[in-house]
Design a protein around this ligand. Structure first.
Ligand SMILES: Nc1nc2c(c(=O)[nH]1)N[C@H]1C(S)=C(S)[C@@H](COP(=O)(O)O)O[C@H]1N2
Ligand SMILES: [Mo]
Length: 326
């Protein structure tokens, strides 16, 4: 019996997935491919370990089987009620009234939905959101989600690791940041007729944050198409950062050399930094971040460092002062 066999079915499934991720070399530069695969590989290696020790982890819970086990196991039992997660929304393009967003967002036309990925890349790409699952492999992951305002939820998202898409367009050596721009369509987004924020809603990540395997481009939640009020048809999810970093209704992704000024930084630079990392020890200027209200729960619970993802992403910030990472 080879060591391959000893590691079991979960491990073999993960390796099969890794092989499927291997690109036709003609389409990819070795450098960007390696970057994405190495990181995905690290994530999958932990998942494989889990699958080997936890029978639960390898249960087939979708087309991907145990691949997302690492993100699921302790959280499946904490899922936020779907009705709550889809009716309590922050979405400035529609309204600052959380309960109104769901109704206003019915106006949004989501087909067709072209997304352009360009800037400092060798292969700029425009595709429709509907093509994403054909080109890349979608998976479900259950993540904690923490808004800077102090509420949180646990949601099963469906989407693709952003690094798969970024590797496909081949960032040049000048690319250091990834900028996300959301839709501008005041005819359908009535909040855009006001200057609450400067439109388009603009967010950004460092390239290594964007390449981290936890970072997802999301097109579904609770096993269904992503509803418009939650950012459908396509949004970002960066689970270790405050919710404002997870842009909704994305239409353009640009690789850039310098850190872009984001919409919230522009609006209130002392309150919303570039990083937006969840940190219970760094208070917002107007309130503590040490605790949070999970939607549907009466008592507050402690907020976790990097929202519980410190093992996965803590190394991205080694040597940086956490107080500057708000
Ligand atoms: N385009 C856009 N994206 C956005 C926002 C927004 O106003 N516009 N709000 C952000 C904030 S502050 C949060 S907390 C989350 C809310 O996501 P949810 O409605 O799915 O809970 O979306 C983020 N993404
Ligand atoms: Mo938020």
């Amino acid at each position: 019996m080879t060591s391959h066999d000893r590691r079991g079915a979960g491990w073999r499934r993960l390796h099969a997935r890794l092989r499927r991720l291997e690109p036709a070399s003609s389409e990819w530069t070795p450098k960007s491919t390696l970057l994405c695969r190495r990181r995905v590989n690290r994530g999958l290696a932990s998942a494989a370990l889990l699958s080997a020790v936890l029978p639960l982890a390898s249960k087939a819970d979708g087309p991907e089987g145990g691949n997302s086990a690492r993100f699921d196991d302790s959280l499946r039992s904490e899922l936020t009620d779907k009705a709550r997660a889809t009716s309590y929304n922050n979405y400035a393009e529609f309204s600052s009234e959380k309960s109104a967003v769901k109704f206003l967002a019915r106006e949004l036309t989501t087909e067709p939905w072209p997304i352009h990925i360009g800037g400092e890349v060798n292969n700029p790409l425009t595709l429709d959101v509907e093509e994403l699952p054909d080109i890349f492999e979608a998976e479900e992951r259950v993540y904690r989600f923490r808004c800077v305002e102090g509420w949180s939820m646990v949601v099963p998202w469906e989407g693709i690791p952003l690094c798969d898409l970024l590797a496909r367009v081949e960032p040049t050596s000048r690319a250091k940041y990834v900028q996300f721009e959301s839709l501008v369509r005041p005819s359908e987004m009535i909040g855009q007729r006001r200057g609450t924020l400067e439109w388009p809603y603009r967010e950004a990540l460092r390239l290594d944050e964007a390449m981290n395997p936890l970072t997802m481009l999301v097109t579904g939640m609770y096993g269904e198409k992503l509803p418009a009020q939650n950012g459908g048809p396509v949004r970002l999810i960066v689970p270790w950062k405050y919710g404002f970093k997870s842009s909704k209704a994305i239409t353009r992704i640009s690789l850039v050399e310098h850190a872009p000024v984001t919409s919230w930084q522009q609006r209130a630079p002392s309150e919303y930094g570039f990083y937006g990392n969840v940190n219970p020890d760094v208070p917002h200027p107007r309130w503590s971040q040490s605790r949070e209200n999970r939607l549907g729960e009466l008592r507050k619970r402690p907020t976790l460092m990097l929202n519980g993802y410190a093992d996965e992403v803590g190394q991205l910030y080694s040597g940086l002062d956490p107080a500057t990472l708000f």
